[in-house]
Design a protein around this ligand. Structure first.
Ligand SMILES: Nc1ncnc2c1ncn2[C@@H]1O[C@H](COP(=O)(O)OP(=O)(O)OP(=O)(O)O)[C@@H](O)[C@H]1O
Ligand SMILES: [Mg+2]
Length: 721
């Protein structure tokens, strides 16, 4: 039912008004169907309606949005909401529209026509819109600021709400430099109350936010951070036969519920999504490496419950029952925020964190090398790195400690509570003996690994860096989208961290060389261990199951369909192309093991999502003449003459074997000119480093660093597997 707003007062603007509690409750019931305000909601609403600035600290799912949505309905005019994520804005706006509340958002994802319509309404003198959601990046533009100033001059701006305000603070876990520029709002739009909202309870964040936004004697409201409806649990990857399989079982055991799985990196997201799909779970990956169309389609499918599970590196807005962290988060704040996506409707929900020693070491490595700000002095860098490590240690304690998980979370936010508060709603309180036994086993396993020196932490990494300070994913270095505007609103923390680590000016050149050497050694060890393991272990865990291949085909099919929509070219036979592309991946890397195969699949899917129409038709078009070649520009990696291409000799061997074994290989491939239309090449770490060096100094490519050497290394590896 479309409900009209219930304007209680006809005047608007910064005038102070007294709107009674009863009238506000009436608005809450009428528009949202909630019987009463929760926690500190009413205090916040009354404060801003009276013209006072307010800093509101409420847990995730506490109902912060209501603190600016009710004021938007209480008087005519506009409430401006600054929000960091396009997906969250879209989600909130569509929910409000469903309730008949006029709300809009402005972002790079909209068409010019849609944007113009919103601007027309804003300039009409009597705007219909009540809530306008924008990104901090838009506020920073002079064009938008002058529009806002006009609206303000007409007395139509009632309130500025800064959602997820911790993004302003360098102490907040989601720091976004553009949020800093919001201080200009105060100077340009005087007398408009500002409401800052966050679920981050670090005292430094609060101080930083209040100072940065120049809040004037704000009312500071704080609520308890306890989320009684969330059951907290840690699972130990090192004690599980197959963590992927365990996630599948967990999701299946929870029934057909919505879930988010957070991963550290995009490659991990893609790989896990393939595994889950192959196990029959409807699932999609969501990360900043996908183009905006693909992301909206994932979001749409999820909102309409076509997809049950989303595997993401970034925040994803929707109420869910289960939140898994497949890699340990870097801080308790981040973990609390993300796990808090579960049960925002107050119904029983679960948070499951998969803790692995490799992940721990990898994150420690990243944090030790993270650069906070390129202008910071080295002592600041050291402090920042120490702070990150301290924050991370809290997470490690959460996983390795034998105390109540809930108590640990709350105490990390300075809330002292008795363990009895948990009421057996964490694994430690519910199964204390079991958790103790797991922790003992974990200690034994860790000690064993330390003794035998087995570690593959660098190889499980999806990220690496080169001598120039460029950063990319391990296997897919050239297929990442460059910083488009949509990406501004999303960050891939781990990748950023590693990027920062790589570009740190403070780390001496020698130090960087040491790290690169260390990583190369780690890589060599990995391959040596791998071939040794293979000899010892007859049953090759790395073998690619048919179900995995089917899931891969399905994934490529979806990716081609999406791209085909853009191209709308009937010459592309979607089914044949998917089979053929998968076949090509399998032929190249099927014998090299799962990781290679999955990386190639991920790389191919990404190429599909970023390729232009001509490239797609050249590669996939079934009516394309045989002699049309796949231009090197199709895959940026191919266009780089310094990047070694896949070794032909070993390829041939694999191709021949795979070809004869593969019954589903189509007799006529839609991939024309296959000799020239190769898939994005997979680079080994050394090759990647070498190509970076070569790029920076093509004149002095050393013998050791030459692409030829990399090629030989890859061949050697292929043979050893
Ligand atoms: N007074 C209320 N009574 C009942 N439910 C409420 C009330 N206020 C808000 N809610 C519901 O609580 C849920 C969470 O609200 P909201 O999204 O505003 O939380 P939040 O504090 O902004 O969380 P986050 O930190 O995740 O953004 C929503 O489903 C909302 O409808
Ligand atoms: Mg919110």
């Amino acid at each position: 039912m479309k409900k009209s707003p219930l304007p209680l007062q006809s005047n608007c603007g910064p005038q102070k008004q007294v709107i009674g509690k009863e009238a506000l409750v009436k608005l809450l019931r009428w528009h949202f169907g909630h019987s009463n305000f929760r926690g500190k909601q009413l205090d916040a609403i009354e404060a801003v309606l009276s013209g006072r600035d307010c800093f509101c600290l409420m847990p995730t799912g506490g109902g912060k949005s209501m603190c600016y949505q009710i004021p938007a309905l209480a008087k005519p005019g506009i409430v401006l909401v600054v929000s960091p994520l396009i997906a969250l804005m879209e989600n909130q706006v569509s929910t409000l529209k469903e309730k008949g509340i006029p709300a809009e958002f402005l972002s790079s994802t909209q068409t010019v026509q849609v944007k113009n319509k919103i601007y027309e309404d804003l300039e009409s003198g009597k705007p219909a819109v009540r809530l306008l959601y924008v990104t901090p990046e838009l506020i920073a533009t002079s064009g938008f600021m002058s529009k806002l100033t006009k609206i303000h001059a007409r007395g139509l701006l009632n309130l500025i709400a800064i959602d997820e305000a911790h993004c302003i603070s360098t102490w907040g876990h989601d720091f976004r430099p553009s949020y800093r520029k919001l201080s200009s709002l105060r100077s340009h739009l005087s007398n408009i109350p500002v409401l800052a909202l966050t679920a981050t309870a670090v005292p430094k964040v609060q101080k930083d936010v209040i100072e940065s936004l120049n809040l004037q004697s704000p009312l500071v409201l704080k609520s308890s951070f306890n989320r009684p409806n969330i059951y907290y649990e840690v699972r130990y990857k090192d004690l599980l036969d197959d963590p992927y399989d365990d996630v599948c079982k967990l999701l299946k055991s929870c029934g057909n519920v919505c879930a988010i799985i957070y991963c550290l990196e995009r490659t991990m997201c893609d790989d896990l999504a393939i595994h889950l799909t192959s196990s029959g779970i409807s699932c999609a990956a969501y990360h900043a490496g996908l183009n905006s169309k693909m992301r909206s389609s994932v979001l749409d499918d999820w909102i309409s419950s076509k997809t049950q599970v989303v595997v993401a590196t970034v925040a994803f807005g929707k109420d869910v029952r289960v939140v898994c962290h497949f890699n340990i988060p870097k801080s308790m704040e981040g973990f609390y925020q993300e796990s808090g996506r579960a049960g925002r409707d107050q119904l029983p929900s679960r948070s499951v964190l998969y803790y692995g020693m490799d992940d721990r070491r990898k994150m420690e490595f990243i944090l030790r090398n993270t650069k906070r700000n390129k202008d910071d002095s080295s002592s600041l860098q050291d402090k920042s790195s120490k702070k990150s490590l301290d924050d991370f240690n809290q997470m490690v304690e959460y996983c390795e400690g034998s105390g109540c998980r809930r108590k640990m979370i709350l105490e990390s936010f300075g809330e002292m509570v008795p363990a009895s508060l948990c009421e057996k709603s964490c694994d430690v309180c519910k199964h204390p003996n079991l958790v103790t036994s797991y922790l003992e086993q974990l200690k034994t396993a860790t000690a064993f690994r330390q003794r035998t020196g087995s570690s593959r932490i660098y190889m499980t990494s999806g990220s690496s860096f080169n001598a120039e300070g460029q950063m990319s994913e391990f296997w897919n270095r050239d297929v990442e989208a460059s910083g488009s505007e949509e990406d501004i609103s999303e960050s891939d923390d781990a990748l950023d961290a590693a990027k920062n680590a790589a570009s740190s000016k403070t780390s001496a050149k020698l130090k960087l060389q040491d790290k690169i050497d260390m990583l190369q050694r780690a890589e060599e060890n990995y391959y040596q261990n791998k071939s040794r393991d293979k000899q010892v272990n007859k049953h090759d865990k790395n073998a690619i199951a048919e179900t995995l291949r089917q899931a891969g085909k399905q994934r490529l099919l979806n990716a081609i369909k999406q791209s085909q929509q853009l191209v709308s070219d009937s010459r592309i036979d979607v089914d044949k192309s998917a089979v053929s592309l998968e076949n090509e991946c399998y032929k190249k890397y099927g014998k090299s093991g799962k990781s290679f195969y999955l990386s190639q699949m991920a790389s191919t899917a990404r190429w599909l999502s970023t390729a232009g129409p001509t490239e797609l038709v050249n590669k996939l078009g079934s009516s394309t003449p045989e002699n049309v070649t796949f231009t090197p520009n199709c895959s940026p990696a191919l266009s780089n003459p310094l990047v070694p291409v896949s070794p032909k000799a070993s390829d041939k061997k694999i191709h021949d074997n795979a070809g004869s074994e593969d019954p589903i290989r189509p007799s006529v491939s839609p991939l024309h000119g296959s000799a020239s239309s190769e898939l994005p090449p997979i680079l080994s770490f050394s090759q990647f480093i070498n190509s970076g060096k070569a790029k920076g100094n093509s004149a002095s490519v050393s013998k050791r660093d030459s692409p030829d050497t990399g090629k030989k290394n890859l061949e050697k590896r292929m043979r050893s597997q």
